[in-house]
Write a protein that binds this ligand. Structure first.
Ligand code: GDP
Length: 368
């Protein structure tokens, strides 16, 4: 391999050591294909034969380079976000890089996780305000679910209307469902494997995947940027699967007196510190165990029960595992535990949210 064999799909230097880096293929596959004219890296192989895109991760610097290149072309930006984790979906610097003239279509994914009765127009208005805070004024907001797609044609129509001959760049942080969505689009649109090509962003080591559109332009998939303040980084895969919602979330409402606490498994904690007796509503994975207790003694309770009564728990637990964030509410608000879920609380109370070091806890206007 040292003399530099390249993948005929993307041109990456082939390697057999790191499955997460470009040009990877397992040694067994290399031995099989080395003398054929089908020498493809694993990523291109899957793309060509299964129409399946595998996510590649990249760093902030790489991503800045990539966004800068997009800013210099005429493009429609399709910005995929996770409605369950809007803050965690934020790409910092996106508004600065997309340029004045490039419209942004926000695709709000995973709506299947939200209560079905939620008013869609209200949700769009709420998203509009959240996006404004990120400095983004979308040309449109499109609600969808990549795992249960019912309106893909509408989405593609919307893309066609907005792009006006431009290329389309699909951007998003990891885990928002970008690959799932692109795979659905590929399946519905082409069905023809050879139509998909991979290439490089000029001057970078980044792959891009170009899916031809009707008029000679392309839908271009970009690698997902890694966000570090997500719950995904303090849990192992098994616990993560357990803690993240898979189906429509059933809200859980509690009548709380001041000085009561709710533990969210062993992962997070909500304290109602002061104010009038209130109803609070928790939005977390339905199987995630919520445990109500007294605020007084909650620290000891956690140390005693984390890992047994309070599960799942972070991979490492110490006396300072959970970090406290205090809030005073002035309107109906969500206390958000990044990526894990949120608790909706009324105006005029004092609350705290606790989460593992590195996982953000924040307050926002109530979504629901
Ligand atoms: P990417 O990193 O943005 O490419 O995200 P993936 O496509 O790999 O998806 C990340 C996770 O979210 C996977 O477990 C998907 O099954 C899940 N996912 C993607 N789209 C949806 C959706 O619309 N609804 C739900 N509930 N889960 C989704």
């Amino acid at each position: 391999l040292s003399e530099g064999i390249r993948c005929i799909g993307c041109g990456a230097l082939m390697q057999v050591t790191d499955a997460n880096k470009s040009g990877y293929l397992p040694m067994s596959a290399l031995k099989k294909t080395i003398d054929s004219d089908e020498l493809l890296c694993q990523r291109c192989f899957r793309l060509r034969h299964y129409n399946e895109i595998q996510p590649v991760e990249l760093t902030d610097d790489d991503f800045a380079t990539l966004l800068h290149q997009i800013s210099e072309t005429k493009a429609l930006i399709v910005y995929v976000i996770d409605v369950f984790d809007v803050t965690g979906s934020e790409i910092s610097g996106l508004p600065r890089f997309v340029g004045q003239d490039n419209p942004i279509l926000v695709v709000a994914n995973k709506v299947d996780l939200l209560p079905k009765l939620l008013n869609k127009n209200r949700l769009k208005n709420w998203l509009q305000a959240e996006l404004k805070a990120q400095g983004i004024q979308p040309a449109d907001i499109f609600l969808t679910s990549a795992t249960k797609p019912q309106n893909l044609d509408d989405l593609l129509d919307k893309v066609d209307t907005l792009r006006q001959g431009r290329d389309v760049y699909v951007v998003g942080v990891t885990n928002v469902g970008k690959s799932t969505l692109i795979n659905q689009i590929i399946k519905s649109r082409t069905g023809v494997t050879d139509l998909i090509t991979t290439s490089r962003f000029p001057g970078t080591t980044l792959d891009r995947i170009e899916i031809p559109l009707a008029d000679g332009q392309f839908l271009i998939d970009t690698p997902g940027i890694i966000k570090r303040d997500q719950i995904a980084h303090v849990l192992d895969d098994k616990n993560l699967k357990y803690a993240l919602p898979k189906n429509e979330i059933k809200p859980r409402t509690y009548q709380l007196n001041p000085e009561q606490t709710i533990f969210i498994g062993g992962l997070a904690r909500f304290d109602f510190e002061a104010g009038q007796r209130s109803a609070v509503t928790a939005y977390f994975e339905n199987n995630l165990n919520l445990h109500r207790t007294k605020l007084l003694g909650a620290d000891d309770f956690y140390q005693k029960h984390v890992g047994n009564l309070l599960t799942p728990s972070p991979t490492q637990v110490t006396t300072s595992t959970l970090v406290k964030h205090q809030f005073h509410t002035t309107e109906k608000s969500d206390i958000v535990f990044a990526g894990l879920g949120w608790v909706t609380v009324p105006a005029g109370i004092e609350v705290s949210g606790w989460a593992p070091q590195g996982v953000s806890v924040l307050i926002r206007k109530a979504m629901i």
